[in-house]
Design a protein around this ligand. Sequence first.
Ligand code: MTE
Length: 320
Amino acid sequence: MSRPYGPHILPSDITPEAVFMDRRRVLAQGLAAGALLGAATPLTALAADAAATDRYKAPRNARYSVTDTPNSYEEITGYNNFYEFGTDKSDPAANARNFKPTPWTVTVDGECEVKGSFALEDLLSPQTLEERVYRMRCVEAWSMVIPWVGFPLAELLKRYKPTSKAKYVAFTTLNDAKQMPGQRERVLDWPYVEGLRIDEAMHPLTLLAVGVYGKVLPNQSGAPLRLVVPWKYGFKGIKSIVRISFVEQQPRTSWSHAAPNEYGFYANVNPAVDHPRWSQASERHIGGGLLAKRQATLPFNGYGAEVASLYQGMDLRRFF
Ligand code: MTE
């Protein structure tokens, strides 16, 4: 197969039938390839049964996984930041129960040759999923270790053929105050938006997650599709994504817009640059208990060997 992943038709070629037929063909080929390899789980209809347990059991990618013991499923899904469902850590689990992550459409647009709105299962098919255990560090100085299930963002982005003007990738969360009660309060300028420089977005560590612990991502964790960038503070990990845009200028991001002196665009984990109101030198590991010692925070959250080169020559105090 010369071009293994669709969609790969230019917008100018598109007739609905052609898109549909092509998608079927690519999907079938992808499934066959997945079966032959017998390794990763081919991603088929996401919409079917969100409650299915262990639906996303996928082989662990050891190359990109840490060996630290993961936090429990209860910790990962009971202590969250998702302001669309409230500002307390327990609010998302309590208030996101009725949120409907299926069916789900993601719009891809901007500086790319292939654009449009895609049902989630078509956007992802026939990607194969993998498990990656990542260290996660929140700007609030707590951390967790999370076994995500997902696939590299780069694999998706390449299929939409970004042009040479695509310098950044911008992401947008669903804007729906009916389903997201937190959006009725003006805590942030809704919808939540985030962005990455194109080389950060294309880095092999940058993941789009659809599951955790082999299960479909629960609503409070950002169902059905969220970003995971393990060397950055957690707020870069935008949840419930409905739009991915290739853009030329650095896009607006929710937290740096809300408090520009406290949160920067880059948000690389950096123990040497304190938040104006607290130190970033150490962190509390969730699940360690109240008496557990705080642990030292590592530059780039411990992923420096992989990502420090992206920022060579940049003053990371200025570009925080
Ligand atoms: N995405 C949206 N749409 N809304 C949010 O409030 N919070 C961010 C990020 N993504 C947030 C979001 C913050 S501050 C963090 S630390 C992580 O999600 C938390 O992810 P988790 O709850 O899965 O640990």
